[in-house]
Ligand binder design. Structure first.
Ligand SMILES: NC(=O)c1ccc[n+]([C@@H]2O[C@H](COP(=O)([O-])OP(=O)(O)OC[C@H]3O[C@@H](n4cnc5c(N)ncnc54)[C@H](OP(=O)(O)O)[C@@H]3O)[C@@H](O)[C@H]2O)c1
Length: 260
């Protein structure tokens, strides 16, 4: 896929799926704005992209801060000259049922996974519709389509992302802005490692057990999500909007636990 001349902003690109997205877009010729709270990791991602011949900048940003989304979009346009693609990837997860979920955890989940994603999208649409359109790709989750035990705040937030995707796709189709999401299953990143660590026991054994329950019998790499994000942002998906693409090794195709 060719993104030469395009500017792509990826939230939460200091690590994991976001880092993989930043690298995949940069490899395809895009100028990429890397962002997140962790400046050290962000600058490492930028350095890796530049070392490979790509173009990237870093903006430190805590998306929970009032006005952060508007500033990030403005900063991207000021430093890279445009905004053609927004990837809303930043996300957090707390493992708890409703009784165990504190007010702070609920509000924090909504602040990052829902509010910031909405504010980023709104700021991007305001720019894109004045400049010929664009594409937004949200990183939702398979858990935005299905329920899961002990993750009520996260699942609720990702369900909201799925609905934001559909509604904004409808509202902005005539602005030439496509809005889609990917719904990843089990992707091997820090987020999954932290979930498994909370369960206790041998992390390698936990990973094997997790993989055994997936039809494809393995977790995905972040890059396998990034290429789907890139497809949805690309001209190859020029007639795709309002879609929630599952990237889950077959999980969503089953009606219950997949036989081990
Ligand atoms: N891994 C999976 O299996 C999986 C499955 C389905 C969906 N997802 C979704 O995929 C996305 C990426 O997850 P991941 O697995 O790559 O997780 P990760 O490795 O924990 O990365 C999360 C990213 O979000 C950023 N972030 C978190 N809070 C932020 C804040 N307040 N302001 C700005 N940036 C913030 C982090 O950057 P800083 O720490 O630098 O701020 C980091 O770059 C999330 O939306 C997640 O819900 C993941």
């Amino acid at each position: 896929m060719n993104f030469s001349g395009k500017v792509v902003l990826v939230t939460g690109s200091t690590t994991g799926i976001g880092e993989a997205c930043a690298k995949v877009f940069a490899q395809s010729g895009a100028a990429v704005m890397v962002c997140g709270r962790n400046e050290q990791r962000g600058l490492q991602v930028v350095a890796a992209i530049r070392a490979a011949g790509g173009h990237a900048e870093f903006a430190a940003s805590d998306l929970r801060t009032t006005g952060a989304s508007d500033r990030l979009v403005a900063d991207t346009v000021a430093r890279l000259g445009a905004l053609h693609v927004l990837v809303n990837n930043a996300g957090i997860l707390y493992t708890a049922d409703a009784v165990e979920t504190s007010d702070e955890q609920w509000l924090d989940t909504m602040a990052v996974n829902v509010n910031a994603l909405f504010y980023m999208s709104r700021a991007a649409v305001r720019h894109m519709r004045q400049h010929g359109g664009g594409a937004i790709v949200n990183v939702a989750s398979e858990w935005g389509l299905n329920g899961e035990t002990n993750h009520v705040a996260y699942c609720a937030s990702k369900g909201a992302v799925v609905q934001i995707t559909r509604c904004m796709a409808l509202d902005h189709a005539r602005d030439r802005i496509r809005v889609n999401s990917v719904c990843p299953g089990e992707i091997h990143t820090r987020m999954v490692d932290e979930i498994l660590a909370k369960k206790g026991g041998d992390p390698e054994q936990s990973l094997r057990e997790l993989a055994a329950g997936i039809p494809m019998r393995r977790l995905a790499s972040p890059a396998e999500v990034a290429t789907c994000v890139q497809f949805l942002a690309s001209e190859h998906a020029s007639y795709v909007t309002g879609a929630n693409l599952v990237v889950d090794g077959g999980n969503d195709a089953t009606a219950g636990p997949y036989p081990g």
